[in-house]
Design a protein around this ligand. Structure first.
Ligand code: MTE
Ligand code: MO
Length: 179
């Protein structure tokens, strides 16, 4: 009886060890830049201190466009993105930077979220071309083509050394003023 139970326990332990080894081997085989399939973004909701606007891809592409070339440290490739500058977008929808709104901009942050609920923060000042170096754009194409599995909309920041704040499949950008 005891021997049978021991053999049974041993079989269970071995089963889980093999399963565990299999999954860690798979994780190592997968390059970091290959991501899980995510729901593609189809439009962008902008929330500026509680006032929301939903923009279609067509509407985003009809706005003045900016093209930036960035180096993706993960794929080790230069990538050229085209889209709307985030400061232009905010200026149009309720958070323009001028003398009277300067303090508000300095005390606000942006929460950028993808369809998979991954989100990151930027300070409003670091996306303003008049205040900070570089470009932060809401891209709708890369290298003249669609974004593929990155969805219809991707946020790209030229000054970040790594792509962790480049949000794929962006669906929502929330501008929050901290009081
Ligand atoms: N929507 C979404 N965007 C995301 C992520 C994510 O999990 N979901 N991961 C981030 C991280 S941590 C990195 S390093 C980069 C990698 O993206 P890439 O492989 O397309 O360069 O995407 C960023 N953007
Ligand atoms: Mo990452």
């Amino acid at each position: 009886m005891k021997a049978i139970r021991l053999a049974g326990s041993l079989a269970i332990v071995m089963f889980f060890s093999v399963a565990l080894m299999g999954s860690s081997a798979r994780a190592q085989d997968t390059p970091e830049h290959v991501h899980a399939k995510a729901e593609l973004s189809t439009d962008l909701t902008l929330d500026v201190d509680g006032k929301t606007t939903t923009l279609s891809i067509t509407e985003l592409q009809a706005m003045p466009q900016k093209t930036v070339t960035v180096h993706n440290a993960h794929t080790k490739m230069d990538e050229t993105y085209t889209g709307v500058a985030l400061d232009d977008l905010l200026a149009k929808y309720g958070a323009a930077l001028d003398k009277t709104s300067q303090r508000r901009i300095l005390r606000s942050y942006l929460r950028v979220e993808g369809t998979d609920h991954y989100f990151v923060l930027y300070s409003a000042a670091e996306i303003e071309g008049a205040i900070h170096q570089g470009d932060v754009i809401v891209a709708t194409s890369m290298d003249g083509k669609g974004l593929g599995e990155d969805g219809a909309i991707k946020l790209v920041a030229s000054e970040d050394k790594k792509p962790m704040r480049w949000v794929r499949n962006v669906t929502k950008i929330t501008f929050v003023t901290v009081n």
